[in-house]
Design a protein around this ligand. Structure first.
Ligand SMILES: [Zn+2]
Length: 147
């Protein structure tokens, strides 16, 4: 992955990166000619993708750690890393215990995204409580068999 300064037609140089510890990644690149800077931000899923592809950033492969270690690191990540405020402005649906237990069986590195899908589905359908039945219904309608 490289960034090019369009004005100068120069490859931008790596300036700094930050791994805040929540699975996100920030990297800054600057143009050696005009000084323009761009920042790349990735969410935990994208960080993992970048990591698993072994893409070089700043001359070094992003995580000097194997895929499994990346996954276990993300296990401590926030479930709501993908969560944005519910767009309706209404109340967010609650999760019934049985549904929450089922969600716990989803691999943790995609759990936040999966939870978001079901929560959004429930919100859009005016469902106040996410139950296993709602999850089944959502999977059928959204074509998510296997999630
Ligand atoms: Zn430039």
């Amino acid at each position: 992955m490289k960034f090019l300064c369009v004005d100068c037609d120069r490859q931008m140089g790596f300036a700094e990166r930050a791994l805040p510890g929540d699975g996100t990644l920030a990297a800054v690149f600057t143009c050696p000619t005009c000084g323009r800077a761009v920042a790349m931000l990735t969410n935990p899923m994208e960080t993992q993708l970048v990591a698993s592809l072994g893409i070089q950033i700043g001359g070094r492969t992003v995580p000097e750690q194997p895929f499994e270690r990346t996954r276990s690191t993300l296990q401590g990540g926030r479930d709501d890393a993908f969560a944005d405020p519910v767009p309706t402005g209404g109340k967010s649906p609650r999760w019934a215990t049985a549904a929450a237990e089922r969600l716990e069986r989803v691999p943790s590195f995609v759990r936040g995204m999966v939870k978001r899908i079901y929560t959004d589905y429930a919100a859009e359908h005016g469902i106040e409580v996410v139950t296993p039945e709602v999850m089944d219904q959502a999977r059928r309608e959204l074509g998510l068999e296997g999630m």
